[in-house]
Design a protein around this ligand. Structure first.
Ligand SMILES: [Zn+2]
Length: 163
């Protein structure tokens, strides 16, 4: 067995994690270098075990959880800020692009004309609909109510999900 292989096992042997294999034992009996390493590692392990184990304060776990949550929250906030900024830039570029294309093709004039037309014709439409407005509202309320009952029955028929 080579020294490098035994050196890799020295710490585990000193801590007792690995039982001594016959070939490792044979190498340690003949190699001064590896046996010195093992006795040094055992000495360190003994001294470490002799040290008092510090007891964490009772609030330790809660403090770690709180700090972890705060770090995660900060990272999510940072991600949200970058995402929103990127979305705002993208929407601005798209808006400018659409406006540019509309301007180049002369569509802006048509759109302004359409908005102007709607602005003038909507009040006229309202005046015409006004006498029957109560009827339209009642009919709409009935349709919405029927859809609501249908939705409620559909939901009540679904099997309950257990968490
Ligand atoms: Zn060796």
């Amino acid at each position: 067995m080579r020294c490098e292989e035994v050196q890799d096992l020295v710490e585990a042997l000193a801590e007792g994690d690995v039982g001594p294999r016959a070939e490792v034992g044979a190498h340690l009996r003949t190699c001064v270098h590896c046996s010195a390493s093992l006795s040094r590692a055992r000495q360190i392990d003994r001294r470490l075990r002799a040290l008092p184990v510090p007891v964490p304060p009772p609030t330790f776990t809660a403090a770690v959880v709180r700090r972890t949550r705060s770090i995660r929250w900060e990272s999510e906030q940072r991600f949200d800020w970058w995402f929103n900024t990127a979305m705002a830039i993208a929407l601005t570029i798209i808006g400018v692009g659409v406006w540019g294309v509309m301007h180049v093709t002369g569509l802006t004039a048509v759109t302004v004309g359409t908005a102007d037309f709607l602005g003038r014709s909507l009040p006229a439409l309202y005046e015409r609909v006004k006498p029957e407005l109560g009827l339209y509202l009642t009919a709409s309320a009935l349709v919405i109510g029927a859809l609501g009952v249908w939705w409620w029955l559909e939901r009540a028929g679904e099997p309950r999900q257990t968490a």
